[in-house]
Design a protein around this ligand. Structure first.
Ligand code: FPP
Length: 256
């Protein structure tokens, strides 16, 4: 059934981040090779991206390749890099039609030249779009991001651009890969695993977590809707008490 944003109530996540897990297990369960799971995973990426854009999600971050994934067998890494390249080319019409801006975050310089070139081209083609921002985390790891941020911050201190006394909780944000995107409200992980696996550790400090049991190739619109329904029923306290939260504004139907 087609759902609208209003079906999920007032609490709707502006930024959703997803750990797309279980491609290999899903393929094996069908009697196929692991890489077939990655191939099918692309169909979930397309379905979830277009549904998030349609519902008015502002940012969607997908964990597509971690810094640790380079340790996988060479054939699988090479398959994933080719898949990334074809995804970046094939999905351009979808990104254009849906006003989606795509960017990469991570140690992008580690990507093979051809994949990086297609990423840069897609970023350029979609740079003017003001709809949803789709962030692909590629060669991404939170510890690497924080190390890269700490190095850049230290360089600014050495250059006299920043005084140590001016470093506060929020200062580090300016040195992250994409400081202008708000923190994720909701982090979804598929395949039933209950961990963050080095994903957005700084940004997800107050994110709501949702774990879906199925592998990523089976995570489609109805499964996304279930996650949004779960999010709608949460109370976010940011470490305070429920009584500290601002009172609810009366809805128009409640009168003045
Ligand atoms: C985890 O499944 C998934 C990955 C390491 C890669 C994610 C890639 C895709 C969803 C497809 C390609 C996406 C783009 C954007 C081109 P796993 O292999 O760890 O599964 P397992 O835990 O069952 O082994």
């Amino acid at each position: 059934m087609c759902k609208e944003r209003s079906d999920f109530g007032d609490d709707f996540p502006e930024h959703i981040a997803i750990i797309m897990d279980g491609n290999g297990r899903w393929a094996k369960s069908q009697g196929w090779k692991r890489v077939r799971g990655h191939q099918e995973g692309v169909n979930s990426v397309r379905a979830i991206t277009t549904e998030c854009a349609r519902l008015g999600v502002k940012s969607l971050t997908l964990y597509a390749f971690s810094v640790e994934n380079w340790k996988r067998p060479k054939a699988e890494v090479s398959f994933l890099m080719k898949l990334l390249r074809s995804f970046l080319v094939d999905e351009r019409p979808t990104l254009m039609e849906n006003n989606i801006r795509l960017i990469g975050i991570g140690r992008l310089e580690d990507l093979p030249d051809e994949s990086l070139a297609e990423l840069r081209e897609t970023e350029l083609m979609t740079a003017g779009h003001d709809g949803m921002k789709l962030r692909l985390a590629l060669s991404y790891g939170s510890r690497s991001e924080l190390a890269d941020a700490a190095r850049a911050l230290a360089e600014d201190v050495v250059a006299g651009k920043l005084a140590p006394k001016d470093i506060h909780d929020e200062t580090l944000r300016d040195y992250l890969y994409d400081p202008t995107t708000a923190d994720p409200d909701l982090v979804i992980r598929t395949a039933g695993e209950m961990r963050l696996s080095n994903f957005l550790l700084w940004q997800a400090s107050y994110s709501e977590l949702y774990v879906a049991p199925m592998g990523w190739p089976e995570f489609r619109e109805p499964e996304l809707h279930a996650a949004l329904e779960s999010y709608g029923g949460r109370t976010r306290k940011y470490g305070g008490l429920v009584s500290d939260l601002p009172p609810e504004q009366p809805s128009p139907s409640q009168g003045r």
